[in-house]
Design a binder for this molecule. Structure first.
Ligand code: BTN
Length: 325
């Protein structure tokens, strides 16, 4: 186990632990412990250091635990999940599963990390992934249809995330087309689907979800978009392992249903939870920008935009709310 992770598994209880105790338990020198603590503080974790007492996390954290997550799954999901790996750090859980896909591993295969060093976002952006507070989850699923039939899948993944949020008592998260999860118009979670395989043959999809649970503001300096995390939005504590179990359960559920019925099965639920339904938006297309009223999505997951007296369907583009001038 790497030193930062070893230290955090001791500090997770939120109590004081002396430098000597931490050194002994991790079999490292006190200087090495001190350096690792500094690095954790730099990554945004609040750790108090008090002379004569040692180190203490400002708030206890619940580290991700494979066994706890598996125990939290219902029998049906457990039966479909072939592998679940939990890393303390990784480049990107999506990249990892894309490699796994090349080796022909069986679906479903899930992977989580406490921290990503090269987290991937949509449109080539970076997904800032500080240690120990958020959820970085990817699920590999082998669909028996070609990529052409998978339009709308990323929207269905949004529905799955929203269902998991409801399971933990968050009722007012909303979906932004095509696949962001917003809370009070700030980004709570992002979804990135990546495909491996031929456009015509069976298709392996890696569904990646980044969900802010406890997000240190210090680590988010470079993120331009307004964001929010769960802990500051809910009156109760969020059990990360439990939340991951719910996410996996719903992801497995929607993947199975999508295979049979396509996006159509999720259209109503998506529209009921649409963040911008009936509101004035700007749609940024590669070659132009359009203003109109976002109506919702059609049975294929395309955005319906009412502008210049008619309704048009869009399959790509970035939506933002139009701020009245
Ligand atoms: C977005 O830009 O909104 C999508 C962000 C997706 C981030 C998640 S975190 C887990 C998975 N692994 C990655 O590298 N990216 C996705």
């Amino acid at each position: 186990m790497k030193l930062p992770h070893a230290l955090l598994s001791i500090l997770a209880d939120g109590r004081f632990h002396s430098g000597t105790e931490l050194g002994e338990k991790t079999t490292r020198t006190r200087a090495a412990v001190w350096k690792a603590i500094q690095a954790l503080q730099d990554s945004g974790l609040e750790i108090f250091s008090v002379r004569g007492k040692g180190y203490r996390l400002a708030r206890p954290i619940e580290l991700l635990q494979r066994e706890t997550i598996l125990q939290g799954l219902d029998a049906n999901s457990r039966q479909h999940l072939n592998a679940l790996e939990v890393f303390s750090e990784i480049d990107s859980t999506n990249s990892y599963l894309l490699e796994i896909a090349k080796q022909g591993e069986a679906s479903a295969y899930a992977c989580l990390a406490e921290q990503q060093h090269a987290g991937r976002g949509r449109r080539g952006r970076n997904w800032v992934s500080p240690y120990g507070g958020n959820i970085y989850l990817s699920l590999l699923w082998r669909f028996n249809c070609g990529a052409a039939q998978l339009g709308g899948l990323s929207l269905a993944v949004g529905v799955a995330v929203n269902r998991a949020l409801r399971d933990i008592g968050l009722e007012h998260a909303r979906l932004k087309w095509p696949n962001d999860i917003l809370l009070d118009e700030r980004k709570l979670a992002g979804i990135l689907l990546e495909m491996a395989g031929e456009a015509s043959g069976p298709c392996v999809v890696v569904m990646g979800i980044g969900l802010n649970v406890r997000t240190p503001a210090a680590a988010m300096g470079e993120v331009e978009q307004a964001w929010v995390d769960l802990e500051s939005s809910l009156p109760h504590k969020v059990g990360r392992n439990q939340l991951v179990s719910y996410l996996l359960q719903h992801l497995i559920d929607i993947s199975r249903q999508f295979e049979q019925h396509g996006f159509h099965a999720f259209q109503d639920e998506w529209n009921e939870n649409h963040a911008f339904g009936g509101r004035q938006v700007e749609l940024q297309l590669p070659d132009r920008q359009l203003s109109g009223v976002a109506l919702g999505v059609d049975r294929s997951g395309a955005l319906l935009l009412s502008h210049e007296g008619r309704t048009t369907r869009f399959h790509g583009g970035e939506v933002s709310l139009r701020v009245p001038s």
